[in-house]
Design a protein around this ligand. Structure first.
Ligand code: NDP
Length: 419
């Protein structure tokens, strides 16, 4: 039925591609395009013969608008799925506008080069005006809203799990469970054990930038920023058990604060083991998380990129990772004048994911919603010109598709709240 260009062939993209190939009625043809074409060819070879989806591959450096635009003109897709890195969001959006194609991604824009003076000036202004200092925010992509509207195209931002599914949970709670939501706590628990002393579950550079940044949350109409990892809570997760979790800044807080009317507080917590935190602090203290290039024996190297080369590839963790994830949102608020609470969540088993698509659960929980978001656009269930996040659409068909395609969710109407 549809032709889709998928950019990126890493951990998350590999799951999304497996899921598209399970759903050939919608994804009748896909082109897998990435910087390293051999990875696309290897995946094509693995999947061909198991699917009715017609697969082609291509090489593209998505940092360059002209390369992406040329590929779009050549392949003529109905949708471009950006599952490369957040660094490529704007170039791919520009190419989509140039060629008149819908766009989707799983993470909001951040620049690769944080020392660029033009970006730096805008960033510092935003830190002052908004009150949070994360390197990523929605302003760059929201600035494309009018252009996409005028072109009659849709850009769906952040259809992974968090961001992504967590926002569908919020829209579902708003539509079915509450007249007014007062507080949202997004909990991201990963109890996976891969047996390495230190590894990240998705792209190390993007992951470590996010986790080592100051935390922040939304309260009474403004941001409150705190030193990294300075708010810790313990929580007993169903099917996982008691875990330590820490308050982080996370991108969906920014859009939910605008789109959930009257919400008083939104926080995001992620679980970490002590070993992960000790390794990260040590690497940070010796400068290995730095994005500033340093001179080493006549070469310029970026410490965090060098670190990425040393760490295990997240896409290789699948066979080794055991345990479960439990990710969801706790809501408090009112319905028909009565106080209510709810936890909407999904539990995913790393080894079950590996058996199905050859990946651990973090790639799985992100790759499935990327396919589901694409399906919403391609089947016309979600269609309005402009630039939108997941909670701005009807949650029902998306929630139904999550149940069908591997991420079933549950609702606990009496969860323990986080203090
Ligand atoms: P990986 O590092 O495993 O894969 C990234 C892929 O993008 C690789 O195939 C890489 O190619 C390709 N790529 C990088 N730069 C370019 C470029 N300039 N042109 C073309 N291709 C390029 O990352 P993940 O799969 O772990 O993450 C993918 C995305 O998912 C990221 O944006 C991440 O932030 C997001 N994410 C979202 C989550 C959510 O819940 N919303 C959770 C986890 C991740 P090469 O092989 O050459 O390096």
């Amino acid at each position: 039925m549809a032709r889709v260009l998928i950019i990126g062939c890493g951990g998350v993209a590999s799951v999304a591609i497996h899921k598209c190939c399970q759903n050939s009625e919608v994804f009748s043809e896909i082109c897998i395009a990435s910087r390293t074409k051999s990875k696309c060819d290897a995946l094509k070879e693995k999947l061909e013969g198991t699917t009715k989806t017609k697969i082609t591959t291509a090489q593209v450096d998505a940092d360059h608008v002209d390369q992406v635009a040329a590929l779009i003109r050549d392949y003529q897709p109905d949708l471009v799925m950006n599952i490369a890195l957040p660094y490529q969001d704007l170039t791919i959006m520009d190419a989509c506008l140039e060629c008149g194609v819908n766009y989707l991604d799983t993470a909001n824009y951040e620049p690769e080069d944080l020392s660029d003076p033009a970006w730096r000036a805008q960033y510092e202004k935003r830190c002052k005006e908004e009150g949070f200092s994360a390197y990523f925010d929605y302003s760059y992509q929201w600035a494309y809203k009018e252009k996409f509207e005028k072109a009659g195209l849709t850009a769906l931002l952040g259809t992974g799990f968090d961001p992504g599914v967590t926002q569908a949970y919020c829209a579902y709670a708003q539509k079915h469970l509450f007249d007014k939501i007062d507080t949202i706590d997004i909990l991201d628990c990963n109890d996976g054990d891969h047996g390495y002393p230190f590894a990240t579950n998705f792209n190390p550079e993007v992951n470590l930038r996010e986790v080592s940044a100051p935390g922040s949350y939304w309260e009474n109409g403004h941001w409150v920023e705190i030193p990294a990892m300075s708010i810790k809570r313990e929580y007993n997760f169903k099917e996982v058990g008691e875990k330590d979790m820490y308050l982080l800044h996370h991108e969906e807080i920014e859009s939910l604060a605008k789109n959930i009317p009257g919400v008083k507080r939104i926080r995001f917590f992620m679980t970490f083991g002590q070993s992960y935190l000790t390794h990260m602090k040590c690497l940070e203290n010796v400068g290995m998380l730095s994005t500033e290039p340093v001179e080493f024996e006549g070469h310029k190297i970026v410490p965090i990129q060098f670190l990425k080369a040393l760490l295990p590839d997240p896409a290789s963790l699948g066979p080794r990772t055991v345990g479960k994830t439990n990710i969801g949102c706790i809501f408090t608020g009112r319905k028909d004048g009565v106080e209510q609470k709810a936890y909407i969540y999904n539990v995913c088993d790393h080894q079950e994911c590996y058996k199905e698509v050859g990946s651990q659960a973090i790639s799985y929980t992100t790759g499935v919603p990327a396919m589901v978001g694409a399906m919403m656009l391609l089947t016309g269930k979600w269609s309005k010109p402009g630039v939108y996040t997941v909670e701005e659409f009807d949650p029902d068909p998306y929630m139904e598709a999550l149940n069908e395609w591997g991420l079933p969710w549950q609702v606990d109407r009496d969860p323990v709240l986080v203090d």
